[in-house]
Ligand binder design. Sequence first.
Ligand SMILES: Cc1cc2nc3c(=O)[nH]c(=O)nc-3n(C[C@H](O)[C@H](O)[C@H](O)COP(=O)(O)O)c2cc1C
Length: 367
Amino acid sequence: MPTLLSPTIPAAPLFYREPLRIGNVTLASRFTLAPLAGYTNYPFRRSVREIPGVGLCTTDLVNARAILEGSKRTLDLLVTGPDDRPLSVQIFGGVPEEMAGAAKWLEDYGATMIDINMGCPVRKVVRVGGGSAMMCDTSGGTVKLVQRVVDAVKIPVTVKMRLGWDDANLTAPVFAREFEQIGVAALTIHGRTREQGFGGIVNHDGIRAVVEAVDKIPIFGNGDVRSLKDAKQLIDNTGCHGVAIGRGALSNPWFFRQLDSWIQTGDPGERATYSDRLHFMRTHLVRLCDWRGEAFGCAMFRKVASWYTKALRLPKNIQHRFNLLKSIAEFDELLEPFHDDGPPADWSEWDATSAEIPVPVGPNAHW
Ligand SMILES: Cc1cc2nc3c(=O)[nH]c(=O)nc-3n(C[C@H](O)[C@H](O)[C@H](O)COP(=O)(O)O)c2cc1C
């Protein structure tokens, strides 16, 4: 697994030093946090933003209809604050009126921009005509839906999509051209098809075809970027104007700072220490509890606990206790010895970057 500790630091692409705009919004860097349902909520976004370097964060995907219905669960997903800007809210759905209505609602709510999900392979999203199902309708329906959203708001509207449904239907370049013409402000392209799910390799040629299909709007390349070398290869191979990072940011929230420092100075600079990671983990837990209450926050923490325990190489019994965690006080008691003793003798950041983030598995049809 390549990581930031790769002995040779690749040369940074110099054009990445120039500021990038999405519509009228200038980004602090060309590296964005890709939406990861269940993870990229307000607690995590706040913490990532405190480490500088991220250009834009996006919420988990939210159901357009549920926004209009005022569903409590959905409104929880929309919780944000002044320390969480610029913020793109990602919506999904297959009904143009609902998508446009939700976008307007979000504009009034204070979203910086709206992102339309055209990549999600999960059945409950595809079934309602949203997510990657939208990539199949090249006869006008998808473009009309996106147009309705663009026309409904003054803030920038972006689209995140895959390369297409399968290898025989790589529709992303065609949509990219049409979306640019109707006023979409930027695109993020996950370089896989829906059929691929999260398997196989990211197709850089496919992303390049999208970059070449548009005239002016920025294209963010996405998929499997975990190291400077990965970022460099993606940029060199595709010419993408920015890079969206998902799982790489979960296992290494300092990745944005390292990428930005690499762009500005040629050197990724400081890596996170063991103590930075302990602190980040606690802040994450505390913010989850602030967000959803202590009992539910602790339950949500279980979902992310395994990558922290792997990254810090905490013993198995701690992982087990995290799985039953009930309070912040219990967490503090469990972690106290590790603050005092510091990292295991041979601990390195390699441990952290190799922590795996779970992805949907099994045949696509059953997701
Ligand atoms: C657990 C998980 C949840 C995801 N949720 C979303 C989502 O809500 N919206 C979206 O557009 N993509 C979603 N994705 C896809 C990611 O944004 C990204 O395109 C994909 O993981 C590849 O990038 P990465 O290798 O940098 O993670 C999700 C991926 C994972 C693994």
